[in-house]
Design a protein around this ligand. Structure first.
Ligand code: PLP
Length: 464
């Protein structure tokens, strides 16, 4: 009687919703969702019947429970980033340190003095929560936080260069990806881009010649995601600052990643700090909060008092202001920078970047047999790989790392087999994201910290 082997035996929605196994589901998730899922499940049963396959009533109820649980999974899911790109924009860039997570929870759960001065009871400035820290850490006079660095660049240009000209080297007219193109941003900020120099060589005299009465400022853009090699020359911040100041113009530097520490002391490739850039003469810098800085998504504008003030009074700022959770997280992250001894242990981004090759190899040695056991028909090996920092920080520099390389045991249909294996890894409770390259699936283990969780998660790997 429980076999549904003809269309008229398919139970009604009402009957299903009143099944004791489903009543509790309705309690937990609401009738609307369960009804929608029940319609799907019934539709599937009907389609199978039409192709001659019958269903058990029991199975239908089980499917409905599963479908409802799945419908309630958040679409934003934590995963293992084994792509080898530490700051991966598609995977959410920097992971926050615990101190920042705690701060976010506190700020999110209750009313806060986001814009209130508790001493006077008067309206306060939300930027105050981070401004002093940014100034101390970078040597800037003032700072403002907006939603991301793209917004920082846009509002800076719109505040200081509207209806005016901005000379930029042709070698720095970058596209960062996700439609951030310097020429387009300039157009939207209402200023006129004046291209100077050539793609590979720009000289001081190119800027000198471009400056006229309509020039608003000089701008330098970090060539975040590429590097020109060979016959090249560019004008340094110091030289640009001299030219700009000679003409009474400010120099703006879009740093992109925005580094606050001496990376060389951690054996990482060298990258100029925000402080260096300001010292070299830039009047304002803009940079991201969730790239090398390792904090929440935001953009920071730091530098000269009068310029930041002008930006603060731009009405666009209101449309770009950072929310309380971002500001809480940023403050917690910046505080970590005040104690450099502990920074590497507590800031996930830095911790992952400086992870030692031996340490990663040890993990690979532990994991290889476990992964091999779950991947019959494939061959797993340990290989040296090179991680990238990502998000346009030090684009061509690589960090020596260790990975698992998975190839097919037979040479037939390799591409398809690898696709289906990598899709099975994405299908896990905690998806595992690797990279297919040169006929193999690669997992760079640099960003894997919780080995046990990884192994447990692997147990349900399922592929055809
Ligand atoms: C990444 C980057 C941006 C954009 O920053 P977001 O925080 O992603 O908005 C702008 N300029 C440069 C040079 C960058 O590297």
């Amino acid at each position: 009687m429980n076999k549904i082997n003809s269309l008229n035996k398919i139970p009604s929605i009402n009957r299903i919703l009143n099944d004791p196994k489903i009543v509790s589901l309705v309690d937990d998730y609401g009738a609307r969702v369960v009804t929608r899922c029940a319609q799907n499940v019934i539709q599937k049963a009907r389609s199978s019947l039409l192709t001659g396959k019958s269903t058990e009533y029991k199975t239908l109820i089980k499917d409905l429970r599963e479908e409802t649980f799945n419908a309630f999974q958040p679409s934003l899911r934590p995963l293992f980033n084994l792509t080898g790109v530490v700051l991966h924009t598609n995977l959410g860039r920097a992971s926050l340190p615990l101190a920042a997570i705690d701060a976010v929870i506190e700020a999110a759960a209750r009313p806060t003095n986001l814009e209130m001065d508790l001493k006077t009871g008067q309206r306060g400035d939300r930027n105050k929560h981070c401004e002093d820290l940014i100034c101390q850490l970078t040597g800037s006079e003032r700072a403002i936080v907006v939603n991301n660095n793209a917004a920082a660049v846009l509002v800076t240009l719109s505040s200081l260069a509207r209806r005016k000209e901005v000379p930029v080297s042709r070698g720095e007219l970058v596209e960062i990806g996700g439609s951030f193109r310097m020429p387009d941003i300039m157009a939207h900020a209402g200023c006129k881009l004046v291209e100077v120099g050539t793609t590979n060589r720009t000289h001081e005299k190119d800027f000198e010649m471009a400056i006229n009465a309509k020039t608003a400022l000089l701008m330098k853009v970090h060539t975040s995601n590429f590097e020109i090699q060979g016959f090249k020359s560019s004008v340094s911040e110091k030289q640009l600052a001299e030219i700009a100041h000679c003409h009474d113009l400010p120099l703006i530097s879009d740093l992109g990643s925005g580094n606050l520490i001496d990376l060389k002391s951690y054996n990482l490739p060298e990258e100029k700090t925000v402080t260096d850039t300001l010292k070299a003469g830039a009047d304002l810098v803009t940079f991201s909060g969730d790239k090398l800085l390792g904090g929440p998504q935001c953009g920071i504008i730091a530098g000269r008092d009068d310029l930041v003030k002008r930006i603060k009074s731009n009405p666009l700022i209101r449309a770009m202001r950072a929310d309380k959770m971002t500001l809480a997280a940023l403050q917690a992250v910046l505080r970590l920078y005040e104690n450099p001894q502990k920074l590497a242990a507590e800031l996930p981004t830095l911790r992952l970047l400086i992870r030692k090759e031996e340490d990663i190899r040890r993990m690979a040695n532990c994991l290889i047999s476990k992964v091999q056991a779950q991947c019959p028909g494939f061959v797993v090996s340990i290989e040296p790989v090179e991680s990238q920092i990502g998000s346009g920080a030090l684009p061509i520099k690589r960090l020596a790392s260790v990975g698992l390389k998975i190839t097919t045991a037979s040479q037939r249909r390799t591409g398809k087999a690898l696709e289906s294996l990598s899709s099975a890894f994405r299908d896990l409770q905690i998806p595992v994201i690797g990279r297919i390259n040169k006929g193999a699936l690669w997992f760079d283990l640099r960003c894997l910290e919780d080995q046990n969780q990884f192994i447990n998660n692997l147990k349900s790997l399922n592929f055809e």
